[in-house]
Design a protein around this ligand. Structure first.
Ligand code: AKB
Length: 311
């Protein structure tokens, strides 16, 4: 029976992934951990600093873990404010997890890469699985390097580590957490609370995005795919939809007619300008039948419904 440890479970993806995994493997078989206590959780929780191999090892042994989802990371915008910290946590954290997983013969490891692994010379429209990758943010550099590490640990150490290049993930359950794509979360809270939003990206900044239910399902479908189906051991391109701040604002205005948006691009504009506009995820569709379900109208309707309930 799978016994799953989610590292960095206190972040945007962790809680919703835990809920989805518990429906398949049982809540008692899911352990959540983060560097800070995870409050008010119905799951078993642990404190784990991914920079401390001994702590990782202790928790893996204590709970007889078979699968690890390693989500702990510093995201793009936060990483530009403290690049050395982003490198340390994103890279040494991943290396620790991969090393401990090999030592304990962990069955599977999941690690998230990102569209941030691409850079200004990457083809920006329908970005292919294999192409020039020259990220110019510390977050993106750690994601590209992390992909190389994952493939190395698969090829040289036989570790079944799998990865997805997530687009910007949109969700209502957790507040925005230092990402460049997080405008697409913040905009909903501001639209409902103040009927206006000042966007830190320009109106025509097109970025690949995915709704949380699709991101969680993609993660589980990748991890449940038969090993022989997995042809990409760096990280799979994953796509759902792409939109601009202007387009999501227009969709919100269909529900909140008085909603107004203005644009004051900041340092995050140059980050977004180095990322793809759209992604070719044909390898994920071919290898493990990936297909997204949520398009912009459904995302906007669902986000407004759930955030309105929480206000
Ligand atoms: C970010 O904006 O930093 C993340 C990402 C695209 O990986 N959401």
């Amino acid at each position: 029976m799978e016994k799953i440890l989610i590292l960095g479970a206190g972040g945007q993806l962790g809680k919703e992934l835990a809920d989805a995994l518990s429906k398949v493997y049982g809540q008692s078989n899911i352990i959540l951990s983060d560097i800070k206590p995870i409050e008010n959780s119905e799951f078993v929780t642990e404190i784990v600093d991914v920079l401390n191999s001994e702590q990782i090892l202790t928790v893996l042994k204590k709970h007889a873990i078979t699968h690890i989802y390693h989500l702990a990371a510093i995201l793009s915008a936060a990483g530009e404010k403290n690049p050395a910290l982003a490198w340390n946590i994103n890279m040494n954290g991943l290396l620790n997890v991969l090393e401990v997983a090999v030592g304990l013969q962990i069955k599977q490891v999941f690690w998230p890469s990102s569209i941030a692994a691409f850079g200004p010379n990457t083809p920006r429209v329908n970005t292919p699985q294999f192409c020039i990758m020259d990220p110019n943010t510390m977050y993106g550099i750690t994601k590209l390097t992390g992909e190389r590490l994952c493939e190395y640990y698969f090829l040289k150490k036989g570790l079944d580590v799998r990865s997805l290049r997530y687009p910007g993930i949109i969700s209502y359950a957790t507040p925005p957490g230092g990402g460049t794509t997080d405008y697409a979360i913040h905009i909903f809270h501001e639209a409902l609370k103040h009927q206006k939003y000042t966007c830190f990206l320009s109106e025509n900044t097109e970025l690949p995005m995915i709704y949380m239910p699709d991101a969680v399902r993609a993660t589980m479908e990748l991890m449940q795919a038969p090993k022989e189906k997995i042809s990409v051991r760096s990280s799979y391109n994953l796509a759902a939809i792409s939109f601009t701040p202007k387009q999501i604002a227009q969709e919100i205005q269909k529900h909140i007619s008085q909603f107004q948006i203005n644009y004051q691009p900041d340092f995050r504009q140059s980050i977004a300008d180095s990322w793809p506009k759209s992604i070719d995820d044909s390898f994920a569709r071919k290898d493990w039948n990936w297909k997204h379900e949520y398009n912009l109208p459904e995302i906007v309707k669902d986000m407004l419904f759930h955030i309105q309930k929480s206000l």
